[in-house]
Design a protein around this ligand. Sequence first.
Ligand code: ATP
Ligand code: MG
Ligand code: MG
Length: 146
Amino acid sequence: MFNSVLIAVDGSEHAKKALEVACQLVSKEDATLHILHIPEALTHETTLVWGIGAIALESSREVLEEAGKSVIERASEAARGMGASHVETHLSKGDPARNILRHAEKLGVDAIVMGSRGLGDFAGLMMGSVSHKVTHSAKCTVISVR
Ligand code: ATP
Ligand code: MG
Ligand code: MG
């Protein structure tokens, strides 16, 4: 049913569960799994940057990029371990929801898989903002994993 699936990972336990579901979908169909991660700056890092200046800004970017690479590498390894044979990784910058939607269209995937929540994980919230935006605007099937 699904020839290509996009999984969005933010490094959270929710996204890890979503990755398991995505792997089940592609291993049955021998389909392509696209793994996408958009590194997001943490609030305390931003504060640090304003305090220390340009050098901190540059090193913070590097730290963010390295952390991003590690999130995507871990997800990729886990996916292969769970039977995904065709894995492609994508690291992007900017607004997470917009990036997920843009990649889904550009890659022409049949479905987007994501966690219902992510790193934010505020108690009482049914769905995170990224999940909410993508679910409402995507042109393809969206699977929100709880
Ligand atoms: P919020 O960010 O609104 O505070 P949250 O972090 O709990 O809430 P979302 O950000 O909507 O929830 O995360 C839901 C899912 O969206 C994640 O499990 C993941 O699949 C995807 N996602 C969120 N942020 C990113 C990101 N930066 N890169 C890739 N995927 C993401
Ligand atoms: Mg957020
Ligand atoms: Mg989030």
